[in-house]
Design a protein around this ligand. Structure first.
Ligand code: ADP
Ligand code: MG
Length: 338
């Protein structure tokens, strides 16, 4: 019989990375979410070779206490929840304490961080092993640089698709995070070219303009509806502006970008016959509710979350869209025959 042993920390982090860090865009998502949780107002993302060569995320958030930097790389170490009660009232994007150790175990990672009043810290970790740690003079905030992603996990590297596909996935996730946080100025730079810039002035319509262009932002209808459990706001495009993909509909639930097929269906149902088959509006739907109605702890990536009273929320979205569409004067049928 083989002997039973506990996995080494290095190995268990690599196994966790298999779940949380599927591809370069997962790294971008986790690092940017950490920057958001740190209260940043400016987040810059630099990409090289679709993230396989380099992903750098710089923020001007709170920074990490110099004595806690190495703890942040331990699995299940987090500053975001401490008790079971906290788990049911999550206000942050992160809480699992898995991203940094996972990413560090499958890349060459440099982290530089500083708080307002303490000396900053610089660490360099290669495949989960600390190589360099020193004091670092820097302004408040954190910069994480991830190089040679998956260099020590060849199977994962093989699975990565083309540069274009990976870049599209990175751009998509940054767009959604920028739409979810209009109060943060985002910049996404790929190989030196700016792919996205938002102003961070707090205005959702301006964030939409940054992501989808000013023309699209001009063709938006305002949503506003609430019932006892949910408050829905945001924007949806007029029926004249549609896309051939569902990917332009974004849901932000208590500040977290989520995917939800039923809520997408609710948007389409709200439009009724005003949408052609296979066409979808651009939408950013902001939903606020009591965190007690949500279970965020369903999937490691937290993109899918369980909502109690989801059908009630769908009905509210349908009503919000129908009300917004009433503002649009419909062209009387037969007018085009005149
Ligand atoms: P989680 O986000 O689930 O807590 P992570 O592994 O992503 O776990 O991060 C571990 C901890 O490191 C966080 O709880 C936070 O205290 C700290 N941290 C990570 N990134 C940043 C950042 N950009 N700014 C400030 N603190 C950070
Ligand atoms: Mg995190």
């Amino acid at each position: 019989m083989a002997t039973i042993k506990t996995l080494s920390e290095q190995l268990s982090n690599q196994i966790a990375a298999g779940e949380v860090i599927e591809r370069p865009s997962s790294v971008v998502k986790e690092l940017v979410e950490n920057a958001i949780d740190a209260g940043s107002t400016q987040i810059d993302i630099l990409i090289e070779e679709a993230g396989l060569k380099k992903i750098q995320v710089s923020d001007n958030g709170d920074g990490i206490h110099p004595d806690e930097v190495m703890l942040a790389f331990e699995r299940h170490a987090t500053s975001k929840i401490y008790t079971t009660q906290d788990l049911f009232r999550i206000h942050s994007l992160g809480f699992r304490g898995e991203a940094l150790p996972s990413i560090a175990s499958v890349s060459k990672l440099t982290l530089e961080t500083a708080t307002t009043d303490l000396p900053g810290k610089h660490v360099y970790i290669e495949g989960g092993t600390l190589v360099e740690e020193r004091i670092h003079g820097a302004r408040k905030g954190t910069t994480v640089t991830v190089e040679s992603l998956f260099y020590n996990t060849p199977a994962r590297l093989k699975y990565i698709r083309t540069v274009q596909t990976e870049l599209a996935s990175i751009s998509d996730i940054v767009n959604r995070l920028a739409l979810s946080h209009p109060q943060i100025a985002f910049r996404l730079i790929n190989e030196g070219n700016q792919m996205l810039r938002t102003s961070g002035n707090g205005d959702l319509k301006q964030a939409i303009a940054g992501v989808y262009g000013t023309d699209a932002a001009r063709k938006m209808l305002t949503l506003a509806s609430e019932d006892l459990d949910f408050k829905v706001s945001g924007f949806v495009s007029k029926p004249e502006l549609t896309r051939a993909s569902r990917n332009y509909m974004t849901f932000v639930l208590n500040g977290r970008y989520i995917r939800n097929y039923n809520l997408q269906k609710a948007i389409v149902e709200g439009f009724g016959s005003r949408l052609m088959i296979g066409r979808f509006p651009i939408a950013v739907i902001i939903i606020e509710t009591d965190p007690l109605l949500l279970d965020v702890n369903v999937h490691p990536s937290k993109k899918e979350i369980r909502i109690s009273k989801e059908s009630e929320l769908s009905a509210l979205i349908i009503r919000a869209i129908q009300a917004a569409l009433k503002e649009v004067v419909s062209i009387p049928s037969g007018l085009d025959n005149l």
